[in-house]
Design a protein around this ligand. Sequence first.
Ligand SMILES: Cc1ncc(COP(=O)(O)O)c(C=O)c1O
Length: 414
Amino acid sequence: MDATCNRLPRASASFLARRVSSFRASSIALWSRLAQNGYAINLAHGFPDFPAPEHIKQAAISAILEDYNQYRHVQAACDEVAKHFSETQGVQIDPTNITLCCGQSEAFAASIMAVVDVGDEVLLLDPCYETYEACIALAGGCPVYVRMKPPYWTIDMNMLEASISSRSKAIVVNSPHNPTGKVFSMQELTDIAELCVKYDLLAITDEVYEHITYGNAKHISLASLPGMVDRTVITSSLSKTFSVTGWRLGWAIAPPEIAPAVSNIHVKISDSAPAPFQEAAVIALRSSNDYFVSLRKEYEERRDFVLHMLRAVGFEAYFKPEGSMFVFVELPVSSTKDDVEYATELIEKAGVAIVPGHGFFHNNKRESENFNRFCIDGMGKDTHEYTRRYVRIAFCKSKSTLFSAARAWQSYPL
Ligand SMILES: Cc1ncc(COP(=O)(O)O)c(C=O)c1O
């Protein structure tokens, strides 16, 4: 190789790209690892510790035994995703606009890379799940956070509208929501849809908890609202609905203009989703209605058990999650600890791992453009001290794990 080829000198002594320098390690993975290292009960990570349904495991086993071991695109799985979406949301989808990916995570990343240019702004409702920011930053985009208001995580639509600029390209909507357990109402989705149409924004949804809702709460996809199907990329996966987070099988359903780009990016990054699990997805998505009803019932019992456990050790926990598999709860006023101090003591003294909440909250980076004005009161003081007072508890665990956690936690009341 010609050593004199036109290489510019590196700007710093590090081989690392500048764009990763501000990345934070995953708080969820960190606290889950602490649980694994210290043999604590893991209520930190959002993966079930109970078995996946037998009928879908058998489907994956059969696929392997039939030697579906190579790169593969299973069109039947896309057909089932389209059918399932039409049955649950009443929206017809052309299956050729669906890309099967390695989980919602890759579907989301590929969708962001397909639509975000350098300098584009992407609106996010905060607090939010931790992978969105990194994907937007890797694409050169700028996340713009709009705070939802605790304790019911309401959205101030005027604030959302005021955060839209000429550079806004898209909005991310995750419902049912991680970490709060909020399920967006029809009114909230209608208001968001109107803003999307008014300002010509694309919506990117994360619907991984679509089947985990409680009581009267019902998951409504933003794409099902008038004018939205052609301006929404829907992402979801098998992970949570079928308790198979390790199978890495998800999808992006995109409008015809965007779908080929998402598919192309997915092929360039990972070629294809795991072949045996694409086959199993066909069977999973054909599960009977009884399966989904029992999933909801089982999770609702777990949610109620955890709320009861939290109240017994001194939390108020007045917001009951309406969906997803988390309780996001504020430390009581009587506690002088912050989220990290509390989670650290809980793991040390009771052997129970949870996640401190501050990692789910974000601040806008571009103060010069006044994006932070909604977080600062008239005295220039951050009015959101609560961002250091929340902890997240994952209840996607077997009943015996939850009983053990409750017993251990009682030894460390607030
Ligand atoms: C809101 C949300 N989206 C996406 C994911 C990841 O989904 P997948 O396993 O399909 O990549 C998670 C996992 O916890 C999540 O909570």
